[in-house]
Design a protein around this ligand. Structure first.
Ligand code: BTN
Length: 336
C-alpha cells in the first residue's frame, strides 16, 4: 500500500479518535517509544503511526521525535476520564448530572447549544478547533493541555436576573481552586479568572430559549492548566497556568471540584439571586479601588472600581457619581 493510499484511509477511518487516545496512552508511560513499538501496540503500520503523530502535533501535543529513538512526550499527560468524573459527582449526590469527554470538537459551547442541549450536562473536550471567547475572540485550545468545558443549565429565572451569572461561575471556580490549596486567584469583572494580573481562564455564557419561559444556559469555561508557551503565541494578553501555582494539581481534580462547586452555586443563585454572592465577590474583586476605564459603544467611561451591586452590575465611581455597568459588550481596562 503506498503512502497516499494510507493517507486516504487515515482520513476516512471511523476509529481515529480511539486510535489517537490509544497512542497518547502508550506514549504517556516512560521515555522514548520507537515507531515500531507504537505500531505494534496499535496493530497498524509505522507509516500510519507517523501520520497519527503528525496529527497530534497539529492539534498542539508537544513531543520530541529523535531518529532511531522514537517519540517522547515533553511532559507527563493524563487524559480526562468521564467515568471518574461521573463517580466524583455521584459521591456528592449529583447522580442527576451527566458527563461526557470528547477528544476533539469544534467548541464545547457549540456542541451543547440547540439540539445538543441537556440540563445538568458537563461536556469537556481535550481539544477545540473553534474554541471561542468573548467578543468573537478565538480561545486557543491545544490538545490535553488545559480545561475546556461547558455545562447545560435550564432555568426559569428571568433573563434580567442572569446578569450576575458569570460572576457566580467565577466564584465557584475560585472556591474549587481554594479547596485544592490554590489561593490568591481574583476575578476581573465580568468573566476573567486572573492571578496577579495574568489571565488563568475565562467564562463564556450563552443563552437561548423563550425569554418568557425556560431559558437554556450554556456556561463555557476555559482554564489554562499547563499550556506550552509556543502554542499560545496568538494570545494577546498576559496569561499563566494553574499548574504554575500548584504543579501537582491535575486537570481531572480541578474539573471535578469545579463542577461540584458550580452545582451548589447555581442552586443558591436560583434561590436567592446574586445578592447571596455580593459579599464573596468583594473578597476577590480585582477592580476594587482601581482606576478602570470602560469602553462601551465607542464611548470611554473612566472611574474607580467600587464593587458590584446586588444584581452583579459593576459599580464605577465617576466624577458624576456612581454609575452601574451592566453585563454586556463592555471592555474593561486598568488605567495607570
Ligand atoms: C473569555 O475569556 O473570553 C471566555 C473564554 C471561554 C472559553 C471556553 S473553552 C470551553 C467553552 N467552549 C468555547 O468555545 N468557549 C468556552
Amino acid at each position: 500500500m503506498d503512502y497516499w493510499r494510507t493517507a486516504d484511509i487515515f482520513i476516512m477511518t471511523e476509529h481515529r479518535d480511539q486510535q489517537l487516545r490509544q497512542l497518547i496512552s502508550l506514549l504517556k508511560h516512560g521515555d522514548f517509544h520507537s515507531g515500531q513499538k507504537l505500531a505494534d501496540g496499535l496493530s497498524v503500520s509505522r507509516a500510519y503511526v507517523w501520520k497519527l503523530m503528525q496529527q497530534l502535533e497539529s492539534l498542539g501535543l508537544e513531543f520530541e521525535s529523535v531518529t532511531r529513538k522514537g517519540y517522547r512526550l515533553l511532559r507527563p499527560l493524563e487524559l480526562l476520564e468521564a467515568e471518574s468524573l461521573q463517580q466524583a459527582m455521584a459521591n456528592e449526590g449529583m447522580s442527576d448530572w451527566q458527563c461526557d469527554v470528547l477528544l476533539l470538537t469544534d467548541s464545547t459551547n457549540e456542541q451543547l447549544k440547540g439540539d445538543g442541549f441537556c440540563h445538568k450536562k458537563v461536556l469537556a473536550a481535550e481539544h477545540q478547533s473553534a474554541g471561542r471567547g468573548r467578543r468573537g475572540r478565538q480561545w486557543v485550545s491545544p490538545l490535553a493541555s488545559n480545561l475546556y468545558w461547558s455545562v447545560g443549565w435550564q432555568t426559569q429565572m428571568p433573563v434580567q436576573q442572569l446578569g450576575g451569572l458569570s460572576l457566580v461561575v467565577g466564584l465557584a471556580i475560585i472556591k474549587a481552586l481554594q479547596s485544592l490549596g490554590i489561593e490568591g486567584v481574583q476575578l476581573k469583572w465580568p468573566n476573567d479568572i486572573r492571578y496577579q494580573g495574568k489571565k488563568l481562564g475565562g467564562i463564556l455564557i450563552e443563552l437561548s430559549g423563550d425569554v418568557a419561559g425556560a431559558l437554556q444556559v450554556v456556561v463555557g469555561v476555559g482554564l489554562n492548566m499547563q499550556m506550552g508557551s509556543t502554542l499560545a503565541q496568538s494570545i494577546e494578553q498576559e496569561w499563566m497556568n494553574v499548574n504554575d501555582l500548584a504543579p501537582d494539581v491535575s486537570r481531572q481534580q480541578v474539573l471535578a471540584k469545579t463542577i461540584i462547586e458550580l452545582n451548589q452555586a447555581l442552586e443558591l443563585f436560583e434561590q436567592k439571586g446574586f445578592a447571596a454572592f455580593q459579599k464573596l465577590w468583594q473578597e476577590v474583586d480585582e477592580c476594587f479601588g482601581q482606576k478602570v476605564s470602560i469602553l462601551q459603544q465607542h464611548q470611554e467611561l473612566k472611574g474607580i472600581g467600587a464593587g458590584v451591586d446586588d444584581t452583579g452590575a459593576l459599580l464605577l465611581q465617576t466624577g458624576k457619581g456612581m454609575v452601574p455597568i451592566y453585563a454586556g459588550e463592555v471592555s474593561l481596562r486598568f488605567r495607570d
